[in-house]
Design a protein around this ligand. Structure first.
Ligand SMILES: NC(=O)c1ccc[n+]([C@@H]2O[C@H](COP(=O)([O-])OP(=O)(O)OC[C@H]3O[C@@H](n4cnc5c(N)ncnc54)[C@H](OP(=O)(O)O)[C@@H]3O)[C@@H](O)[C@H]2O)c1
Length: 241
């Protein structure tokens, strides 16, 4: 397969890129960190420096790109809101990196997928979008926006026979979560995350969520009355203090 992966210089994206390359797929690994790109290049991957927040540069690059069969749109960042200061700039930053970069990536890869074989678009969201989580006003909202965008896109490109999957991980040990000071139940390694994502992609699942023992709990909690969830969240927040 010809595979394009955004956010391939670190964490989950990097592991996916290396694993697909090891399995003899042709991988374009996108990111900004030059040192990480050089390392991927030394491994034999096509490493491409691209800031997805620079729409003009990204558009230009995508027009030079050849057809692909699988796009994994994974680039993202996480910042938490710390009240009493509700920082609107933080919200804009997270929306730019997660939502706008996703839109720029979709715009870029759709024409490439249309020329591919059994094309598949995979977007990385988060299980954080399942229900309101403390301090995730920006991150959770960005992932909820991605979920909506992807589920809607799936309807609109259905006739084109482009499969669309949404990945909703629980906690995975990466530089993104290494910054967290709270407990992260059932946190997986990047190797485990990559295995689960690649298996889900192979089965062309609409939603690839893991670890199930964590994501099913979140899904169940999303069904309880909001007032009860607020009380449970309060207790969780107090326990972390
Ligand atoms: N780790 C988790 O527990 C977890 C859970 C749920 C969802 N996720 C999602 O999984 C994805 C990967 O997360 P991760 O944990 O692997 O994070 P990570 O290790 O911090 O990697 C993030 C990647 O995104 C790239 N990126 C960020 N902004 C970019 C931009 N403007 N242009 C191009 N690339 C950009 C980074 O590239 P550079 O470093 O080169 O800038 C890096 O390769 C994210 O979408 C995240 O929200 C992660």
């Amino acid at each position: 397969m010809r595979i394009l992966i955004t956010g391939a210089t670190s964490g989950i994206g990097r592991q996916l890129a290396l694993d697909y390359h090891r399995d003899n797929h042709q991988v374009w690994a996108l990111g900004r960190n030059q040192k990480a790109l050089d390392e991927l290049s030394a491994e034999g991957l096509q490493a491409v420096r691209l800031d997805l927040e620079d729409r003009d540069m990204a558009r230009d690059w995508f027009t030079t790109m050849t057809p692909i069969d699988l796009a994994i749109l994974n680039a993202g960042s996480c910042e938490y809101v710390d009240l009493p200061q509700f920082d609107s700039e933080l919200v804009s930053r997270v929306m730019r990196t997660n939502v706008e970069s996703m839109a720029v990536s979709i715009e870029g890869v759709l024409p490439l997928l249309r020329q591919g074989e059994r094309p598949h678009l995979v977007a990385v969201g988060s299980s954080a979008a399942y229900l309101p989580l403390s301090r995730a006003e920006a991150y959770g909202a960005s992932k909820a926006a991605i979920e909506y965008m992807i589920r809607t896109l799936r309807i609109d490109i259905y006739r084109e026979k482009i499969d669309v999957s949404l990945v909703c991980p629980g906690f995975v040990k990466t530089p993104l979560t290494d910054r967290n000071e709270f407990s992260m139940p059932f946190r997986l390694s990047v190797e485990e995350a990559s295995d689960r994502i690649r298996r889900g992609i192979e089965k062309r699942r609409l939603e690839i969520h893991f670890p199930k023992r964590f994501t099913f709990i979140l899904k169940a909690l999303s069904l309880i009355p909001e007032a009860l969830w607020i009380r449970i969240s309060q207790r969780m927040v107090n326990n972390e203090r």
